[in-house]
Design a binder for this molecule. Structure first.
Ligand code: SF4
Length: 506
């Protein structure tokens, strides 16, 4: 378990491993994504459909929905406030049922633990049920380096893996692909030697969803039947009994969790719920918020090892990787309430246009903008807290009521503070703020600055708005228009119309 020393900064997720940092800042990546019209069409269609389904099933519950949200938030806050106690209880219960618990301080440690466990079985390949935690730590890459192939079995993850691509959505990792693109990937990659062979797609495959699903089914069935080791994530872990839970829609997860001899689960240490009664709350909140269903088609629950049923060996890897550091910040820790439903992504105007890859992290969208910078430290993800309009739509839909907009503002403060200590905040903003601070320091200066701003009207005299401003405002107008400054600043207007009333005691 991570040890904290008073006064020492807590360790964040290490560099050079995993998928929490992008290759380029958000504004650059988003600008490129915005130029991809096909991507924007795919995203708009998919998020619009999920949004409508969510709204319908949430609406059915009326006022009860708000009570469920409050309950979900309260349970998670209790877990975070007493995480040490619940983690030890979970370890005790899993161990009492013949499971083994491993503590991983960070991505490198978690990868090492899993690699050693797989090596001990002698297996050279593993099947995986969709797991964000293993993507966060770059487990597939770590296994591949050691000569062990990891096969994704969630349909969307399979599409991403076969397409040599990266996930772009929490729930639908291949949301950026349409049916025609998926067909092409299946025909090209299924059965290819570089993908470990396996059952190829039929040559006359069409882009009909059912045909695509059947091709994936045949391909994956072969993998399931020969796998001896499975690696999973977990949606929840019930501390009182040591039970793990995975919810999914396809049944592929169920095959992973039951067929192989050895099951290894990698789970972020915030995924705990104290009791089964608490799990009940989340099994109502999660499906309605994620897939827009009343309940998940498959909810798999397992507790340690059971004779004659399921895997013979069970290992649970509890992952920190920056979570303790996140927990230490009272204004940021609520991000750890997240149950990865993706509702905030589907309503976010920024996500809908830029897509998930622009965030550079396995956690995209509004939750990624607050979680990734906390797991890595803001210096490694300084542009993500700015990837938002602060419209508040994410807070409205979040089933555990995470106040993402306030957290974004808090993290922007941290980015600026980090800049003062040596890291670099976004330059144009720092320059504008410095100039505004200087002008506002003296009333006379401010008055003159406002009058000078009227010259800006010249820049927008033809269109009624300013499309291209000179530096440092150029960064603002590269993405949006500036309104024209007023012909007469408020102070001048006040002096002209009411100046004579000053001192009248009104
Ligand atoms: S922040 Fe809330 S809405 Fe977004 S993924 Fe997490 S639980 Fe869902």
């Amino acid at each position: 378990m991570t040890t904290a020393f008073l006064g020492m900064p807590l360790p964040t997720a290490p560099r050079g491993v995993g998928m929490l940092r992008g290759d380029e800042p958000f504004p650059q990546a988003a600008r490129r994504a915005l130029g991809d019209a096909q991507l924007r069409r795919n995203l708009g269609k998919a998020t619009g459909t999920i949004r409508a389904r969510r709204a319908a099933v949430v609406g059915e519950l009326g006022d009860d929905w708000e009570r469920l949200r409050e309950a979900g938030a309260a349970i998670k806050d209790d877990v975070l406030a007493n995480l040490d106690r619940y983690l030890l209880q979970l370890e005790e219960q899993v161990s009492a049922r013949s499971g083994t618990v491993h503590w991983a301080r960070d991505a490198n440690e978690a990868n090492r633990i899993v690699l050693d466990l797989v090596r001990a079985t002698g297996a050279t390949e593993v099947v995986k049920v969709k797991s964000m935690a293993t993507q966060e730590i770059g487990l597939n890459e770590a296994l591949a380096e050691a000569g062990i192939a990891a096969w994704e079995t969630d349909l969307a993850e399979l599409i991403v893996q076969l397409g040599h691509d990266r996930p772009s959505h929490i729930l639908v990792p291949a949301i950026h692909r349409n049916r025609a693109e998926i067909r092409e990937i299946f025909l090209r990659e299924m059965g290819a030697p570089g993908n470990g062979g396996g059952v190829p797609a039929p040559p006359d495959l069409s882009d009909d969803p059912r045909e695509l699903a059947m091709a994936a089914r045949r391909h994956l069935r072969d993998r399931f039947l020969r796998a001896r080791v499975a690696i999973s994530g977990a949606n929840f872990a019930v501390a009182e009994t040591g039970t793990l839970a995975v919810v999914e829609s396809e049944g592929n997860g169920r095959m992973c969790l039951t067929l192989p001899d050895t099951l290894i689960t990698v789970m972020g240490l915030e995924k705990i719920v104290p009791t089964w009664r608490d799990l009940e709350v989340f099994l109502q909140l999660l499906p309605r918020s994620s897939t827009g269903e009343r309940m998940n088609p498959y909810t798999s629950l397992w507790t340690g090892v059971t004779d004659g049923d399921g895997p013979r060996e069970f290992h649970l890897v509890l992952l920190d990787n920056g979570r303790t550091a996140t927990l230490a910040d009272p204004a940021g820790r609520a991000a750890l309430r997240c149950i990865r439903c993706s509702a905030c992504l589907n309503v976010c105007p920024v996500y809908e246009r830029a897509g998930g890859h622009a965030y550079g992290s396995v956690y995209p969208g509004p939750i990624g903008a607050v979680l990734s910078p906390q797991l890595t430290g803001v210096a490694d993800n300084p542009t993500l807290p700015y990837a938002s309009t602060l419209c508040g739509a994410c807070l409205e839909v979040c089933p555990v009521a995470i106040d993402i907009p306030s957290m974004l503002v808090h993290l922007r403060t941290k980015v600026v503070d980090a800049g003062r200590r040596g890291a670099r905040p976004p330059k144009p903003e720092a320059m504008v703020m410095a100039a505004a601070g200087w002008a506002m320091a003296k009333p006379g200066r401010w008055r003159r600055a406002l009058r000078a701003a009227r010259l800006g009207r010249l820049l927008g005299r033809r269109r009624g708005v300013i499309r291209h401003a000179p530096p440092p405002l150029a960064a603002w107008t590269s993405a949006r228009d500036l309104p024209l400054p007023p012909t007469e600043p408020f102070r001048d207007r006040w002096s002209r119309t009411r100046g004579h009333q000053q001192g009248s005691g009104s």
